[in-house]
Design a protein around this ligand. Structure first.
Ligand code: IMP
Ligand code: MG
Length: 178
């Protein structure tokens, strides 16, 4: 795979993550504890940076899902691989996702977490592919809107590669297929 082309630099990401954390801290200021639910694996770096910049009480949970995909195209069917461990009933939940593409994963996660009867469920995604939406799903906090391209880095992968790049880069279709 050739080197990804920088789409969003490390500095741009860090600035935006700080802005999102400030907004979330303000919105939840008088709500008590918030539970950040990171969606594995892609959100792990975003969650680490975002959570450390919040100035409200927070706890961390993880959830893992797998979407049935053909290559890089999601089929829309989502399967729960690991549920949250802690009790989130009556808590304010913020789902932290790496990227929203078709929206199927986030829609599934909202329904899944609502079944635990939390006080509220909101959603935060570092990146959204606005043109790729197939289902209507609210993303309350969005880092960046991008076009329909495959991105890697800052937690995002292609076939498990390039997750730990400090920036978000685009790989070309040739890179995807090879
Ligand atoms: P959905 O299509 O919105 O359900 O997105 C499903 C999942 O596909 C996301 O949570 C990501 O894990 C993954 N995904 C979608 N687009 C990209 C991308 O461009 N790079 C890396 N992962 C992606
Ligand atoms: Mg994901």
């Amino acid at each position: 795979m050739t080197k990804p082309v920088v789409l969003i630099s490390e500095e741009e990401i860090q600035t935006r993550v700080a802005e999102l954390a400030a907004q979330i801290s303000e919105d939840y200021a008088d709500k008590g504890d918030i539970v950040l639910v990171g969606v594995l694996k892609g959100s792990f770096i975003f969650l680490a940076d975002l959570s450390r910049r919040l100035d409200i009480p927070r706890t961390i949970e993880f959830i893992a899902v797998s979407s049935y995909a053909n290559g890089s195209k999601s089929t829309g069917a989502v399967r729960l691989v690991m549920d949250v461990r802690g009790n989130i009933a009556k808590k304010h939940v913020l789902i932290v996702e790496d990227i929203v593409d078709t929206g199927h994963t986030l829609k599934y996660l909202i329904g899944m977490l609502e079944s635990h009867l939390p006080a509220s469920v909101r959603t935060c995604a570092l990146v959204r592919k606005a043109e790729s939406a197939e289902v209507d799903v609210d993303v309350d906090y969005i880092g960046f809107d991008i076009g329909d391209e495959w991105v890697v880095g800052y937690g995002l992968d292609y076939a498990e590669q390039n997750r730990t790049l400090p920036y978000i880069g685009v790989i070309t279709p040739d890179d995807r297929d090879s």
